[in-house]
Design a binder for this molecule. Structure first.
Ligand code: GLC
Ligand code: CA
Length: 515
């Protein structure tokens, strides 16, 4: 059992956590200054969205130097300081790596596009126009539109599976593979505990660049949305050998470093494939869970399928949301406090590694961002706004009077007030994490559905622990249950003895220890 297999990993969007130098942008020193929040919350690690140098066409995901910290966020010394300070609190630091593409401003691409015989030419995916002109094939970008851009200097197109400012690397090229092994080692040597790997399923593309087939009715919903099945521009079998190699590299460190994939695939069998035979990624985000609607059937379906297909020795990795999706409090719960608590109870009742997005511990909803303040080309600003630390000018995020890079939301939801309130969502989150620590069954114990009936979903964790949830608008009961409530969405229920019948009000749940 390694540390991450039942860990709570806290995701920080660095620009929005805490600003230490009054420029309105969160930074590494700001994070270091707020580690007490994470130790108080009880998480095991923090994952930072990209901190590497970037012109920010896609806010850090267009990397211009994989081994330099973006000056707006700080310096390498600041990162070393953060890793050291975190270590003193038993917190590990996980970084984000973006191996699928680079910024078009990366020196590799500047060279690559300069001529057809440049030594870096083959580091990217270049192709001749189709006979008669136009894109080399029919691939569409994840961010909509054609995935190819004609470069007038050499008359060829380069591939961009995302923005036109993000050129896809050519993972068939051994030099690219070697370079990334050096980059991983560079950070591992600095004491970084692991990586979240951006679009981990995408790196390798069809060597012949064949056209994608049109999406028919049996295609998954994402492919239907795009109009084509992404058969050839993503999820190629050869990517697995790459992760077996990275796994060896991670294991050559003591302790082993974590590889957590952003495997943005819509089917559970595809998610699970990234664990290999427990010899590829240690964890792969269970995206189907996060994208499921907030109904017991949908969530249970994903969890059961994940449990069934998970290779021996491996554990799932769930999240309620992240910097790409509307916050769970809005997306799943319409801001309804009872549903927010129910979602958190479900989440912390799951087996495996859990990733908690900053602000979600408060039940923070999306922040309305008016059109003129939007900065993300895809409009993902609502879930990326500054952390509300306190209800005062600057929100405790920056100095009063400094304009934050994205607007503050409603500051009545904030860390300081909720910390002082034992009935708050924040206190509930903290207590759920605490329960996971004191009751190892909750993190590690086997997971099995006991009852699934309409709005009711009851599952067992290990031998003794039971999670019981009512998603419905009507009260309901669970029969044949004896034990003690450890925690409930209704906080007053802790310690309640259940003898035979458990009553559950609408949108409530409990975690119990069975007699
Ligand atoms: C991932 C990131 C997202 C980014 C995209 C391209 O999905 O989470 O924020 O835009 O990759 O790098
Ligand atoms: Ca700053």
């Amino acid at each position: 059992m390694t540390w991450w297999q039942d860990a709570v990993i806290y995701q920080i969007y660095p620009r929005s956590f805490a600003d230490s130098n009054r420029d309105g942008v969160g930074d590494l020193r700001g994070i270091t200054a707020h580690l007490d929040h994470l130790t108080w919350l009880g998480v095991d690690a923090l994952w930072l969205n990209p901190i590497t140098a970037s012109p920010n066409a896609d806010w850090g995901y267009d990397v211009a130097d994989f081994c330099a910290v973006d000056p707006e966020l700080g310096t390498l010394d600041d990162l070393d300081g953060l890793v050291a300070a975190a270590g003193e609190h038993d917190l590990r630091v996980v970084l984000d790596i973006v191996p699928n593409h680079t910024s078009v401003e990366h020196p590799w691409f500047v060279e690559s596009r300069s001529s057809r015989d440049n030594p870096k030419r083959d580091w990217y995916v270049w192709a001749d126009p189709a006979p008669g002109g136009g894109a080399p094939n029919n691939w569409v970008s994840t961010f909509a539109g054609d995935a190819w851009e004609l470069d007038p200097t050499t008359g060829q197109h380069y591939l961009h599976n995302f923005l036109v400012e993000q050129a896809d690397l050519n993972w068939w090229n051994p030099e690219v593979r070697e370079e990334f092994e050096r980059i991983l080692a560079f950070w591992f040597d600095r004491g970084v505990a692991g990586f979240r790997i951006d679009v981990a399923h995408m790196l390798v593309k069809d060597a012949e660049l064949r056209d994608n087939p049109a999406a028919t009715e049996d295609a998954n919903w994402l492919d239907q949305l795009r109009g084509q099945v992404q058969r050839y521009n993503t999820n190629q079998p050869e990517v697995h050998a790459l992760y077996r190699r990275w796994r060896e590299l991670a294991a050559s460190y003591e302790p082993s470093r974590l590889l957590l994939g952003e495997t943005f695939v819509t089917d559970v069998p595809d998610v699970v494939s990234f664990y290999g035979a427990d010899d590829e990624l240690h964890l792969a985000f269970d995206i189907p869970f996060t994208l499921a609607p907030f109904t017991p059937d949908a969530l249970r379906g994903v969890v059961e399928e994940t449990e069934e297909l998970m290779p021996p020795g491996c554990v799932p990795c769930y999240t309620l949301g992240n910097h790409d999706l509307n916050r769970f409090a809005s997306r799943w719960c319409d801001g309804d406090d009872a549903k927010v608590r129910l979602a958190l109870l479900v989440f912390f009742g799951l087996r495996g590694a859990l990733v908690l997005y900053y602000g979600d511990e408060l039940g923070l909803p999306d922040t309305p961002v008016t059109r003129d303040r939007r900065l993300d080309p895809l409009g993902r600003d609502a879930e990326r706004t500054p952390m509300p630390w306190r209800a005062e000018p600057g929100a405790g995020f920056t100095e009063p009077g400094v304009a934050p890079w994205l607007p503050f939301g409603d500051l009545s939801i904030n860390v300081a007030d909720q910390r002082d309130d034992l009935g708050s969502v924040l206190s509930f989150t903290r207590d759920l994490i605490e329960l996971r620590r004191s009751e190892p069954d909750l993190g590690r114990g086997e997971s099995e559905t006991l009852t699934a009936d309409g709005a009711l979903w009851v599952w067992r964790r290990g031998e003794q622990t039971v999670v019981a949830t009512n998603f419905g608008d009507e009260p309901t009961t669970v029969a044949d249950l004896d034990g003690v409530v450890r925690i409930g969405t209704d906080r007053a229920r802790a310690g309640e003895r259940v003898e035979g019948t458990l009553h559950l009000a609408p949108h409530t749940g409990v975690i119990m220890r069975r007699a």
